[in-house]
Design a protein around this ligand. Structure first.
Ligand code: 4AZ
Length: 313
C-alpha cells in the first residue's frame, strides 16, 4: 500500500508537468477549435447564404489590410506565416500590408494588427487563368497564438473523398445584388467538395491545381472579398482536427446553381510552402499523411485531468 502511495506521488509531478505542457501547447497545435458551436442558424443571409461566425470557431481566419482597407482573407499557418491568394496582391509590393486577427468583427476597437514583412507570390501565378493562386505572408513579428489565433493544419491528402464537413469563411460580399456591401462580421458557410471531372464540365478553365465546391441548390458560396480565405474540412477518420483544403480563388458569380466556387488546392503546394518558409529561416512543417497523426485534442486533456484525479485521490 505504502509502495503504491509512493509511486502515486512520484507519478503526480510528471502528470502535472504533462498537463501544463498540454494546455500551453494547445494554442499552437493546429486545427483545434476550442468552441464546439458549429450551429446552423437560418435567419441571416451572408458570405452568400451563410451565417455569422465566432472567431473561436475559425481562429485561423485573418483579414489582410492595405492602407487600412480590407483587401482579402487569409489563414494562420504558424506564428510567422499567413496563407492567402496571389491574385489579391497583383502588382503590389509588401509595404503597407497588415493583418488583423483574433476578432470576428473588424469594426470593433480592439482588433489586433500585425505588420507584414515579406510577401511571397507563387512564381507561376497566372493572372488570366488564376492558376497557382497562392501567396505567403511573412509577419514582422510573431503572432501570439491563443484560442482566438490558432494555426490551421495542412495535409498531403489529395483525394477529396477523404474530407467531410467543409466550411468557408470571410468578410466578403453577402448579397450578390449589393456587391459593394461587405460584412464587418465574419461569415461562415458549409459547402460540398465536388469531383474534379464534374467541375471541369461546368468550369472548363479549371486546372489540376484547383478544386470546386458548392451546394446542390446553389445559394451558398464564397464571393468577392472572401478571396484568400480558407476552405477547411475534417478528415473522415479524424473529426477533431481542422485542415485547410482550399484557398478562396474565383468563380462565375456567387452562389449560382451548378456554378460552384473555385479554390486553390492546397495539397499541391505543401512542398512549395515548406521550401519558401525554410528559405526565410522560419520553416513550416505540414502533416505527412501518416496512419497515426498526433492529435492532442481536448479529449486528451480531459483524460490527463482524469489521470491526475486518480493519482491525487
Ligand atoms: C472574388 O472576386 C470571388 N463564388 C471569390 C470567390 C468567388 C467569386 C468571386 C466564388 O474574389
Amino acid at each position: 500500500m505504502r509502495r503504491w502511495k509512493g509511486r502515486r506521488t512520484g507519478l503526480l509531478l510528471p502528470s502535472a508537468l504533462l498537463l501544463f505542457w498540454a494546455h500551453s501547447s494547445l494554442a499552437w497545435i493546429c486545427g483545434q477549435q476550442l468552441s464546439a458551436s458549429f450551429q446552423q442558424q437560418n435567419n441571416v443571409s451572408a458570405i452568400v447564404g451563410g451565417n455569422p461566425a465566432d472567431i473561436l470557431e475559425f481562429p485561423w481566419h485573418v483579414g489582410i489590410m492595405h492602407h487600412g482597407n480590407l483587401l482579402c482573407g487569409g489563414s494562420i499557418l504558424s506564428e510567422w506565416w499567413v496563407l492567402s491568394a496571389s491574385h489579391c496582391f497583383d502588382q503590389m509590393n509588401d509595404s503597407n500590408l497588415e493583418i488583423i486577427h483574433g476578432r470576428d468583427d473588424f469594426s470593433t476597437k480592439n482588433v489586433k494588427y500585425q505588420k507584414v514583412d515579406k510577401l511571397i507570390l507563387h512564381p507561376k501565378f497566372d493572372d488570366w487563368l488564376l492558376d497557382n493562386d497562392i501567396a505567403l505572408l511573412l509577419l514582422k513579428s510573431p503572432l501570439n497564438l491563443s484560442i482566438n489565433g490558432t494555426p490551421i493544419c495542412t495535409s498531403e491528402v489529395s483525394d477529396l473523398r477523404a474530407w467531410k464537413n467543409c466550411w468557408v469563411t470571410g468578410w466578403g460580399v453577402t448579397n450578390i445584388s449589393k456587391v459593394n456591401i461587405q460584412s464587418t462580421k465574419l461569415q461562415k458557410v458549409q459547402v460540398d467538395l465536388y469531383r474534379w471531372d464534374w467541375c471541369t464540365i461546368v468550369l472548363p478553365l479549371l486546372t489540376k491545381n484547383m478544386l470546386c465546391a458548392g451546394t446542390q441548390d446553389g445559394g451558398k458560396d464564397a464571393c468577392q472579398g472572401d478571396s484568400g480565405g480558407a476552405l477547411v474540412c475534417n478528415k473522415k477518420r479524424n473529426i477533431a482536427t481542422w485542415y485547410q483544403v482550399g484557398i478562396v480563388s474565383w468563380g462565375m458569380g456567387c452562389g449560382k446553381k451548378n456554378l460552384p466556387g473555385v479554390y486553390t488546392k492546397v495539397s499541391r503546394y505543401l512542398k512549395w510552402i515548406s521550401k519558401q518558409t525554410a528559405k526565410e529561416g522560419k520553416p513550416y512543417m505540414y502533416e505527412q499523411d501518416s496512419a497515426c497523426p498526433l492529435v492532442l485534442s481536448r479529449w486528451a486533456i480531459l483524460f490527463l485531468y482524469f489521470v491526475m484525479f486518480l493519482l491525487s485521490w
